[in-house]
Design a binder for this molecule. Structure first.
Ligand code: FE2
Length: 156
């Protein structure tokens, strides 16, 4: 515990918070492009996971005496490698974009686990990483099964 640099930890936690904010925004755009209700509901759930990540990580930052980020970094979205979901995209393209974005969040959380953390922070980061693995696995399966070609769709 004594070896951990708390200022650095606050900085790295805020980087993860920024990543989760970007993921929330990307999901909002994707949900708006997808017209399969069951798929929209699943993605809404993933978006809520990312919102929980922000809350949990922000709590740690506050307890460490830091100031949690309260919004995404506008330039960071592209710099980090996120793919924007645009109005041109349909179900498949939006899901492909989110597959790329979840690959990014998975990689970032996996790399974060290699760093030094307090026990409290590590538990949260591990739990968040497990969410990310679940999100990516779902999207990969949805793409493989082309689930937008099955079942009823909603009017847009
Ligand atoms: Fe995710």
């Amino acid at each position: 515990m004594a070896a951990i640099d708390f200022n650095r930890m606050i900085e790295r936690l805020n980087d993860l918070i920024a990543l989760d904010y970007d993921a929330v925004g990307a999901y909002e755009a994707a949900i708006n492009r997808i017209d399969v209700e069951s798929l929209r509901m699943s993605l809404r759930g993933f978006q809520q996971d990312h919102e929980r990540h922000i809350r949990d990580l922000s709590g740690v930052v506050t307890r460490l005496g830091g100031t949690p980020r309260t919004k995404p970094d506008a330039k960071g979205f592209i710099l980090k490698g996120f793919t924007a979901v645009t109005a041109m995209m349909g179900n498949e393209a939006a899901l492909q974009a989110m597959r790329g974005n979840e690959t990014l969040t998975n990689r970032t959380y996996r790399m974060a686990l290699d760093e030094d953390w307090s026990d409290e922070a590590r538990v949260i980061i591990q739990r968040n990483f497990e969410d990310e693995q679940r999100h990516l696995a779902f999207i990969e399966t949805a793409l493989r099964n082309r689930i937008w070609e099955q079942g009823p769709t909603v009017q847009q």
